[in-house]
Every structure is written in structure tokens, then in C-alpha cells.
Design a protein around this ligand. Structure first.
Ligand code: DX5
Ligand code: ZN
Length: 217
């Protein structure tokens, strides 16, 4: 699969979300970080903002739920217009049921692992998912330094995906930039979330193109 770049609107200007979404048209997805100040120590946005964003842009929304009780909330993000919904396995009560529900509602189902959460206990769940997200920072904030210690986990996960012959996308999120994206791609990631590396650039659309090119080299 060609590399996909998903700009994270966490690094955008929240008072100008529609314009900020348009500034990265040409990106594969728009990454929307939902934080509840419980699962992570930060608070961002919820269902009504996702509904408005879905109306404001043609770029499909990749909603990353950093919230408690995703079993209860994730289906509402599909209804709000998300095309992909990621829940954290550490917060989900019933990840298999939840992934099936997200798919049944018509979105791609994705599961995220915090840096300290291993992939191995979840090997048998992989066929239930359309994407797996390996966090390369502790979730909660944009602009943190990439955790190199996650590279072996990316490699092991790519190996499991291969072993099972799955179509699963492997996403990395946190500290992805011109300095780190090649290491992620080499380890086996194919979907790259970038917040500050895109919205911190003078031309965000050009930053998306440059990152994609680097990831594909
Ligand atoms: C962090 C979020 C990320 C964040 C990444 O918890 O999940 O999506 O926006 O920001 P950068 O790319 O700046 O690390
Ligand atoms: Zn995210």
C-alpha cells in the first residue's frame, strides 16, 4: 500500500478548523484527536465538533479516541461522520465486540496501543481490525519527541500482520516528522499521523507531500 499521511488537527488552530482542514486537502485522512481529560490529561473536542468537521471537509476523518468508556462512545463518532474510529485497548471493556460494532456501522475499526502496551496478547484480535495504531509518544499532547524504543514493536507487529496474511494498516502517531518518518516506514508502518510537522510548517499541504515522498523512498 502507498504511504498515507494523516495530519492531526490537534496542532491546528481550533478557532479556524474548517480552514485548517482545507489547508491539508490532498492528505489521505484528517486525524482527529478526541481527549476526555480522564484517559489522558488533556481535553479537546467531542461528537458535535466531529459532526461539523465532517460537513466542512471532503477528507475522510480518522478519529482517535483517547477516552474512557470507548465502548459507549465510539459508535457515536461513526454516526457523527468518522470513516475510521480508533479506540484504545487499555480503555475498552470488550474490544472484539466494539470493533465489530464499528465495522457494522460502516466505518473502519482501529485499535491503539499506548507505548507500554505490548502487541503480543492481541495477536488473535488482528483479523477483527482494519488498522492498528502504535503510539510513538505517550498520548495526550502534540509536539512530543518520537520514542525510538517503539521501533521494535512496529517491526514485530508488521511481522504478525504478514504471518496472518492480513490487509491491516499499521499507523504510527506521535513525533512523526521529516527526521523520524523514514525509520517508521522502514520498520513497517504505512499510515503516518503528523501534527506539528504539518501544521507547524509554513505550507501544510507541501509538508504532507514531502512526508509522503520520504515515507515511500
Ligand atoms: C497525541 C496525539 C497525536 C498528536 C501528534 O496524543 O494522539 O495525534 O496530534 O502530534 P505530533 O505529530 O506533533 O507529535
Ligand atoms: Zn492521535
Amino acid at each position: 500500500m502507498a504511504a498515507q499521511i494523516n495530519p492531526s488537527i490537534l496542532s491546528a488552530d481550533f478557532a479556524r478548523l474548517a480552514d485548517e482542514a482545507k489547508a491539508v486537502e490532498g492528505a489521505d485522512w484528517l486525524h482527529v484527536d478526541v481527549m476526555d481529560n480522564h484517559f489522558v490529561p488533556n481535553l479537546t473536542l467531542g461528537v458535535p465538533v466531529v459532526e461539523s468537521l465532517a460537513r466542512a471537509t471532503d477528507t475522510p476523518l480518522d478519529c482517535h479516541l483517547m477516552i474512557e468508556a470507548p465502548d459507549r462512545w465510539a459508535p457515536q463518532y461513526v454516526e457523527a461522520g468518522a470513516s475510521s474510529v480508533t479506540f484504545h485497548v487499555e480503555a475498552a471493556a470488550a474490544p472484539v465486540r466494539l470493533a465489530r460494532e464499528i465495522r457494522a456501522k460502516g466505518a473502519r475499526a482501529s485499535m491503539a496501543l499506548r507505548p507500554a502496551t505490548p502487541i503480543e496478547p492481541y495477536e488473535d484480535l488482528l483479523p477483527e481490525l482494519d488498522m492498528l495504531l502504535i503510539m510513538t509518544v505517550e498520548p495526550g499532547f502534540g509536539g512530543q519527541a518520537f520514542l525510538d524504543i517503539m521501533l521494535p514493536k512496529i517491526r514485530r507487529t508488521r511481522e504478525l500482520i504478514r504471518k496472518h496474511g492480513l490487509e491491516l494498516w499499521l499507523q504510527v502517531d506521535g513525533g512523526v516528522s521529516a527526521d523520524t518518518i523514514e525509520r517508521c516506514a522502514e520498520a513497517g508502518a504505512d499510515v503516518f499521523v503528523a501534527g506539528s510537522a504539518v501544521y507547524g510548517a509554513s505550507d501544510p499541504a507541501e509538508a504532507v507531500r514531502a512526508l509522503r515522498k520520504q515515507a515511500e523512498e
